[in-house]
Structure formats: C-alpha cells, structure tokens
Write a protein that binds this ligand. Structure first.
Ligand SMILES: *Cc1c(COP(=O)(O)O)cnc(C)c1O
Ligand code: SF4
Length: 346
C-alpha cells in the first residue's frame, strides 16, 4: 500500500466520484485519528472516547459520506451517526446486545424468518458504514458466513416454504457484496415459483453513490422478480447530487424506492428535520416507509428518544406533510409476527 500524504487525500476527495465503488469502499476512513483530523476536531476532546468506541465496534466512514459533513462541527448530524462518544462505554439498564432476539429466528444459516411471507437473507456481515446505533453491532456475524452448502440449504428452505413470497437481502449491507455473487443468488431465487419479490435493505447507494454501477443495473433490470430497495437515510443532508443521480438510475431500472429511518437523539429528533427529510426523499424519487423507534442496543442509549416524544414528532409531521410522506412509526418487538405500530393518539 502506498502511504498517502495529506495532499493526496485532498486530491482523492475531489475525484472520488470517478472511482469504482470497490475502491471507494476500501479507502473508507477506519481510524479514529484520521476521522477527527479530516473533520478538524480537536483530538484532546474527542479521541479517547472515539478510540474506546472503536474497540467495541470499529469506525468505518466512506469518503462520499464524509464529504457531506461540515468541518469543525461535532454536532454534525452525519458525523453523530458514525463518531463514538464516551456514552458508548456506559452501561444502561435494559440496553442489550441482541435487542430483537434475532438469534432465535434463524431458519438455517444466513436466513432469518420472523414473518410469515418474508424471509431475510444475511448476504454478508459487511457494511459500507458503521452506524454507532446499529442494532446489529453485537451480532455474531462470523457465525453467518455462508459456504456453498449453506447457500444450497437457504435455497432449499425457501423452495420448501410456499408461504414466502418475498426475499429480503440484508446484512450487514447486501450491496457490499459483488454483483456476480448477487446475480447468482437472484438467479437461484427467481427459479422458485412462489417468490415474486426481491427486497434489498441497503445504505450503499446513499453513502457510496458509485455503487449504482452498470453491473448492478444490469441484473436489476434483467430479473423477473419485482425489486424494492429500502434505503436507510436519517437526515436530509445525507442526500446530495451524486446520490440523487444514483437513485434516478435505480428508478429507471424499474426499482421501487422506499426509505426507513431510525429516530435518533441529536440527528433527527426535530419536526423540521423529519419534514425536510421526507421532502428531500420524495424529490429524489423515494417514499418514506418506516420510522423506527430506537432499539435498546447496548452502547447506544444516548441516541434513545422516548416514545412520547416520537409520537409528538409524527403527529407534528401529519400537520405538515401529505399523508404519503409521513412514515409509519413502528417498533420491532421480539417474538411478534410483524413490526408493531406505535399508536400516535393513545
Ligand atoms: C423488518 C423485517 C422484515 C420486513 O418487515 P416489513 O414489515 O415487511 O418491512 C422481515 N423480516 C425480518 C426479520 C425483519 O426484521
Ligand atoms: S446494518 Fe445498517 S445501520 Fe447497521 S451498521 Fe450497517 S448500514 Fe449501519
């Protein structure tokens, strides 16, 4: 590896749009010192906590996402999603490592089945960005690495389950995997007659817009399955011109675009931000889908917003937006057959 000088890093910032997504992904910032230096934040105030958090769940921020943050602002809503704070090492009662008890719902290695008609396939444990509040930050992904035999078992399980009509590629981030492997999965799945829809839960088109490359668009356009992509955007500043263009390509390939957000203290716990998020998403061709109440994951209690406040926020959105731009406020509860809607007018 060539040691990069600061001058080269700056050059690289301006030309990241012309690089392949694999290159951009591999050049993500994964070091606490570099993250702080790039954002011009003083190490004295932030480094020790960042390093401690990094030990628990490593820092990972791709360049295009970093480039949308404001320098010198520790409260930047994008930075807040990726920079570990001292609060991560606090122990808060009720905040646990597997809040959704997903380990109990594994149908076969790599396949999580909680709901009747949809099965969730953990294509990879890798993500392009490590979000501090992620409910999977403690998930034992190592156990979920799929061998060719595991893959056969997944396809056999799906083929033997006629109630399943939709397969959700999840992870990690399924688009962190190369298109050759994804296309193989899709070919195998589209051979199962009762499966009609393919859904991808991904942040990649947002954090690395180059991920929407010709190879991806080729298999997306070619499949006989209906494709839905559910993005994960929490703040309107996450969507820039390059993202907008990438989303336009996905729409042109016939993909339905939806978005899910998590309500997060200090990121989007404000009616104007959520209003602007819905407007910006729709402008980019994306409909809001879910607004998730915070899952009580250990190390992330400082993002928690109480239900009473979330209800108030969404009631406020109802007065500001057309109904189709108001996301559904839900919570995922272990053992339930669907997401649980949170009653806005209890
Ligand atoms: C959220 C989730 C789904 C999808 O639920 P929808 O309500 O259809 O979006 C499917 N499987 C699992 C395990 C999930 O957590
Ligand atoms: S699974 Fe989603 S929320 Fe979790 S770290 Fe990856 S991109 Fe972020």
């Amino acid at each position: 590896m060539i040691q990069r000088t600061p001058a080269r890093i700056e050059a690289h910032l301006s030309d990241h749009e012309h690089r392949s997504w694999q290159q951009v992904l591999s050049e993500s910032v994964t070091c606490p010192e570099e993250l702080l230096r790039r954002l011009e934040l003083p190490a004295e105030s932030w480094l020790s906590a960042a390093q401690q958090g990094h030990q628990l769940f490593s820092i990972r921020v791709p360049e295009p996402f970093l480039a949308r943050m404001k320098k010198g602002n520790p409260a930047d809503p994008l930075l807040r999603q990726v920079l570990p704070l001292a609060d991560e090492t606090d122990h808060a009662p009720g905040f646990v490592s597997d809040p959704l008890e997903e380990s109990a719902a594994i149908a076969t290695t790599g396949l999580i089945r909680k709901y009747r008609s949809r099965a969730l396939l953990m294509v990879t444990g890798q993500c392009a960005v490590n979000c501090r509040y992620c409910f999977r930050r403690h998930f034992p992904y190592e156990d979920q690495r799929l061998s060719p035999d595991d893959r056969k078992r997944v396809i056999n399980t799906l083929a033997a389950s006629p109630e399943i009509n939709e397969v959700i590629f999840s992870g990690g981030d399924p688009l962190a995997v190369n298109d050759r492997l994804l296309a193989q999965w899709v070919t195998a799945i589209s051979g199962i007659p009762h499966i009609r829809r393919l859904r991808l839960h991904t942040r990649l088109p947002v954090v690395i817009p180059q991920r929407v490359c010709d190879e991806l668009l080729t298999w997306l356009s070619a499949t006989s399955l209906q494709v839905v992509i559910v993005l994960h955007v929490n703040h309107p500043a996450e969507i820039d011109t390059a993202t907008r263009r990438a989303l336009g390509h996905l729409r042109a390939a016939g993909v339905t675009l939806l978005n899910q957000s998590v309500i997060l203290r200090g990121v989007n716990d404000c009616p104007s931000v959520l209003e602007q998020l819905s407007e910006t998403l729709f402008d980019a061709g994306v409909l809001p889908y879910y607004l998730h109440a915070f899952d009580p994951v250990a190390g992330a209690h400082h993002y928690d917003v109480p239900d009473e406040e979330s209800r108030h926020l969404v009631r406020e959105l109802l007065t500001r937006l057309p109904g189709f731009l108001v996301p559904k406020l839900v919570r995922e509860e272990p053992g339930k057959e669907c997401k649980t809607p949170i009653n806005l007018f209890p």
